[in-house]
Design a protein around this ligand. Structure first.
Ligand code: SME
Length: 164
């Protein structure tokens, strides 16, 4: 049984080191992408402070399609280049959005969201999708979040089979 109650740490680094350790454990000897993405979204949703949505969009037929997530029901399809997710997918660069209301073309899914971070997922130079995390707090995400969430995404890309 997974214990969620001991995730309070003094620094983001300690928090994310623990997240990465737990993510390794959850994906140990399991390479099914849907199973692993579902468990990682639950791990993040129940441990990260001040967030209201965590999930994956997967690249399919030239658009992003909603994948495993935790939070309120969300928009299903996002065009490449549209919204924060589509921008991360197109540029293949992490998007840190301190205030979504200032981001032109932001796609609102949960009205509680005020800031957002989106990390592109790329394997062998091919776009796989994005990891999207929303917060009700303005300016919730910084470069440390970006650094460690990119490490987490690298772990995920190494841990799953993407050709199935
Ligand atoms: N806000 C995102 C859409 C996805 S939801 O936040 C879950 C965007 O602008 O791409």
């Amino acid at each position: 049984m997974f214990q969620i109650d001991d995730f309070s740490f003094n620094t983001k680094k300690e928090f994310y080191d623990n997240i990465i350790c737990n993510a390794k454990g959850l994906m140990y000897e399991e390479r099914d992408k849907i199973a692993n993405l579902a468990n990682i979204s639950a791990l993040l949703f129940y441990t990260m402070e001040k967030i209201n949505w965590v999930g994956f969009y997967l690249y399919k037929n030239d658009e992003l399609v909603l994948g495993p997530f935790q939070g309120k029901p969300a928009c299903i399809r996002i065009k490449i280049g549209k919204g924060v997710c589509g921008t991360a997918a197109k540029s293949r660069k992490t998007q840190i959005v301190p205030d979504v209301h200032e981001f032109q073309g932001h796609i609102p899914c949960d009205g509680d969201t005020n800031s957002e971070i989106v990390i592109p997922i790329v394997v062998d130079n091919k776009l796989i999708g994005v990891l999207d995390i929303d917060s009700p707090i303005t300016n919730r995400f910084d470069v440390t979040d970006s650094e460690y969430l990119n490490k987490l995404v690298s772990l995920i890309t190494d841990s799953c089979d993407w050709n199935e």
